[in-house]
Design a protein around this ligand. Structure first.
Ligand SMILES: Cc1ncc(COP(=O)(O)O)c(C=O)c1O
Length: 431
């Protein structure tokens, strides 16, 4: 890319968008508020790349916020979608594709014996909370500071990236009565969870968490944290829920629960299992899932749930991920990127820390280590903004917030990573 970056058309379109949609977007982080400057308006995507409406090409580390793990518009997915389109976009009736994807999910994810498909990660998390409460007969919930579980009222407490980015501690419009049942603890702090259980005996339905955090930047669990939560929830008759909307089929084919060998009672999924179409899912132990209507009394429904297009894109994406060497490749290129960024930061005199697992990574402009959201907030946000803009100007599209994880895909090549690192060296040298 040649400097300066020309984004005249993006600017025009975004100016018009701001009169039409709140903030010019349909999901807040896209507006670049936390990094400043104008967002670029996308025209098309392919493989590891995106093109904006001015014709600029970027190496993409957002991947539609996770789904594009095989690279954008993979021909297998697109061709299968074209065939599916001819048969209809929505049935609102049983279709065999639902069975196929359900079987694939059940085979892959250790905790899932039965699954229900919905249309987004938010819907999956809202539904799983209702199920946790229905099954236990308890109302309270423990979540972790900086973890995001969609925009359901009772999750909008210390909810990470999008909310953090806007500087809203909670959102207006969320009744206190709703969030009063939401208890929060710092991530990686088992003692705090123990204390909450002790203070609320017999009242806590369960614990929900991102088993690797992506919504406060990339924060992995400390050794023993997930295992400790498994023990504590069992001891207290509460359910353990892994929100694997981001990590499912990304960290490993079976998600974080496969990678770390800790099996929750329930799991939420989204992003990758929809292959770029709108999907979410929740699933888990058969005895718990049997409470969901119409098998049981807990009501949850959806006009477009399990629609043939989303199921098709999900099936094809998971088939691609089953090929040998997939996760080894993701790990290899992402490690090269993450280690490279940290080395460059050090050599150019910036305090930084970060890491990666499989195709998910993060870089904080703080010495670290970062174990939780409070640690993440010590990052130099002004520096991150300058870094983000500098990378954008050099054709590298990073998530526009310090509090977001980055994603690679099977389409990213060694050369892409090298170009990215060369750009990072230039930018960091000038910060
Ligand atoms: C961990 C996690 N849970 C839930 C959600 C909500 O998913 P959606 O945006 O599809 O509603 C997200 C979205 O980024 C997420 O990262």
């Amino acid at each position: 890319m040649t400097l300066p970056l020309i984004t005249t058309k993006s600017e025009e379109i975004f100016a018009a968008a701001q009169k039409l949609m709140p903030g010019g977007v349909n999901s807040p982080v896209r507006a670049f508020k936390s990094v400043g400057g104008q967002p670029i308006v996308f025209d098309r995507v392919k493989g590891a790349y995106v093109w904006d409406v001015d014709g600029n090409q970027y190496i993409d580390y957002v991947g539609s916020w996770g789904p594009a793990i095989c690279g954008h518009t993979h021909p297998d997915v697109i061709n299968a979608l074209k065939d599916a389109l001819d048969k209809g976009t929505s049935f609102g009736a049983p279709c065999v594709l639902e069975n196929v994807l359900a079987e694939m999910v059940i085979d892959a994810v250790p905790s899932i014996e039965m699954v229900r498909f919905v249309n987004s990660g938010t819907e999956a998390c809202l539904s799983v909370l209702r199920l946790m409460r229905a099954f236990t007969g308890r109302d309270k919930l423990i979540k972790f500071e900086g973890c995001y579980h969609g925009h359901g009222d009772m999750f909008l407490v210390k909810a990470g990236s999008g909310v953090a980015t806007l500087g809203l501690p909670d959102s207006p419009g969320v009744p206190k009565s709703v969030t009063s049942s939401t208890l929060t603890a710092p991530y990686n702090d088992l003692e705090a969870v123990k204390q909450l259980f002790a203070e609320n005996p017999g009242e806590i339905a369960g614990v929900i968490l991102e088993p690797i955090v992506g919504n406060a930047g990339f924060i992995p669990p400390d050794a023993g944290f997930l295992e400790g939560l498994r023990v504590l929830t069992k001891e207290n008759g509460a359910l353990l829920v892994f929100d694997e909307v981001m990590t499912g089929f990304r960290i490993a084919y079976g998600g974080v629960q496969e990678k770390f060998g800790v099996t929750p009672d329930l799991t939420t999924l989204g992003k990758v299992i929809g292959g770029g179409l709108p999907v979410g899912a929740y699933g888990g132990r058969r005895d718990i899932m049997s409470m969901v209507a119409p098998a049981g009394p807990m009501y949850q429904a959806g006009t477009l749930s399990g629609n043939p297009l989303a199921m098709t894109a999900g099936i094809k994406t998971l088939e691609l991920l089953q090929k040998p060497g997939t996760y080894e490749y993701l790990d290899k290129i992402t490690k090269k990127l993450s280690e490279g960024l940290l080395k460059i930061a050090k050599e150019t005199g910036h305090a930084a820390c970060g890491g990666q697992i499989s195709g998910m990574f993060g870089l904080f402009f703080t010495q670290g280590p970062v174990h939780n959201y409070e640690d993440a907030k010590k990052s130099d946000l002004a520096k991150f903004s300058r870094f983000h803009r500098g990378m954008l100007e050099r054709g590298i599209y990073l998530a526009p917030s310090q509090f977001e994880a980055g994603f690679t895909s099977l389409a990213h090549t060694d050369e892409d990573i090298e170009k990215t690192l060369a750009a990072a060296r230039e930018v960091m040298s000038s910060l």
